[in-house]
Design a protein around this ligand. Structure first.
Ligand code: ADP
Ligand code: ASP
Ligand code: MG
Length: 418
């Protein structure tokens, strides 16, 4: 008898009928002899609705109260799922994050899980209950309700699986696995049967929202067996979705590129005409870091006559604040000006095969050049190449790169191409 943690996202919990389907799927696994802990999200659209209400009253609402509000969507979902399970004659008990309790730090709206107390869950499992836990929420040391960042129910699921040493964590969503890119943008995107942990980590951190980045980090740290599957298949479906693997050897047919991620969450700031001297990067980025603003890509141009331009990207939500800070330091560093652009997007190729294959980046740049897409910034690591482009070309860039690297074809098929 194995212990399985299943997580159902917003669309999977989107209506009473969907919730009934979730209950039927849970029942099937229980009938097969498994013990189940089920983590659920708020019904789709609910978290946005709740935060929207708060915004109507005050666009800059108090972070503590915003978490109190945002966490309620999941509380409704756990109650509804338990009622649906009871209607099927099953034993089920719901838990909010704070009832478990799931202990977090005090960073409202992006809290990190520090510890999970398992005693309540274990007792109910032993008594034959399905335990239904609210995703996305916890409690800090002072007893305040916290939330884990958008998409955070994935992290609740994987963290619970790690704490309970579950045999598997299954993330049920509205797609049947991890694809070569978001199938909403590229209908030819191909489902991956397996994806390595490292690739999934890059894909998630570069914008693929199919798994929240922190859930992937947890899976890696505690070696949780993690799968992404669809809740829209027949409840008796034996489809296995996508497995996140930890062993590269399992992927004999490893493609060079596994997937393409994109995100529109960043904005670019350029400090123009700064003297090219030691300490200039620190003079520009120090005050930004002091204001707790994370910087992603950084570029310093070659200098001409001792002057250079310095560009970097920040999260779009922090763009205005970062611009205000730089207007302040502009005089001190004798810069000619500061310009910003929040209509940019980042497109990234990810694949562990890039380690051993040269020329992928230049193939990427060539492909974008043929489409007339200007690359504004570039950043590379061992297993990814990211470019910043004008937001209006983002979808086109993703589509042409998907084609260029034949991601719609399985790796062995690709080898057979002329
Ligand atoms: P849930 O509410 O179940 O957590 P999300 O909307 O957070 O679902 O995540 C699922 C969505 O992620 C899919 O509908 C899809 O549009 C998007 N997505 C982005 N990149 C990928 C990818 N590489 N593979 C699959 N889905 C992706
Ligand atoms: N309900 C939360 C959100 O919309 C958490 C989640 O769905 O994972 O972000
Ligand atoms: Mg999600």
């Amino acid at each position: 008898m194995s212990l399985i943690v299943q997580k159902y996202g917003g669309t999977s919990m989107g209506s009473p009928e969907r919730i009934r389907e979730v209950a039927r799927r849970v029942q099937r696994f229980v009938k097969e002899g498994h013990r189940l802990v089920v983590v659920v999200s708020a019904m789709s659209g609910e978290t946005n609705r709740l935060l929207g209400l708060a915004k109507e009253l005050n666009p800059e609402g108090d972070p503590r109260e915003l978490d109190v509000i945002a966490s309620t969507g999941e509380q409704v979902s756990i109650g509804l799922l338990c009622i649906a399970l009871h209607a099927l004659g099953m034993k089920a008990r719901s838990y909010t994050g704070f009832q478990v309790p799931i202990r977090t730090d005090a960073a409202y709206s992006k809290a990190r899980i520090l510890a999970i107390e398992e005693a309540n869950i274990r007792r109910d499992l032993d008594a034959g209950h399905v335990v239904v836990v609210a995703g996305f929420q916890g409690i800090d040391e002072a007893g305040n309700i916290t939330t884990l960042g958008r998409g955070g129910s994935d992290t609740t699921g994987v963290a619970l699986a790690a704490a309970l040493k579950a045999d598997e964590c299954q993330i049920y969503t509205d797609v049947d696995g991890v694809y070569t890119t978001d199938p909403r943008i590229v209908p030819e995107a191909r489902r991956l049967d397996t994806v390595t942990f490292e690739e999934m980590l890059e894909l998630a951190s570069l914008g693929s929202k199919v798994l929240q980045i922190r859930s992937v980090e947890f899976a890696g740290k505690y070696q949780v067996k993690l799968r992404v599957l669809s809740s829209f298949t027949d409840v008796n479906s034996t489809d296995m979705g996508t497995l996140i693997t930890f062993e590269e050897e399992e992927n004999m047919e490893q493609a060079i590129i596994s997937g393409i991620a994109f995100n529109r969450d960043e904005a670019k700031i350029t400090v123009l005409g700064v003297p090219d001297r030691p300490g200039i990067a620190y003079a520009i980025l120090g005050p930004v870091a002091d204001a707790n603003i994370d910087v992603d890509m950084i570029i310093q141009n070659a200098s001409t006559e001792g002057m250079t331009d310095f560009s970097f990207t920040v999260h779009r939500n922090e763009f205005k604040r970062a611009m205000r800070i730089l207007e302040g330091v502009k005089g001190e560093i004798k810069a000619k000006g500061v310009v910003g652009d929040d209509r940019i997007a980042k497109v990234s190729l990810v694949g562990i095969g890039m380690r051993t294959h040269a020329g992928i980046a230049s193939q990427m740049f060539g492909c974008l050049a043929r489409e007339g897409i200007n690359i504004q910034m570039i950043s590379t690591s061992e297993i990814k190449t990211s470019v910043v482009v004008d937001e209006k070309y983002m979808e086109l860039a993703v589509r042409v790169l998907h084609k260029e690297f034949a991601l719609d074809k399985a790796p062995d098929e690709e080898k057979m191409r002329p």
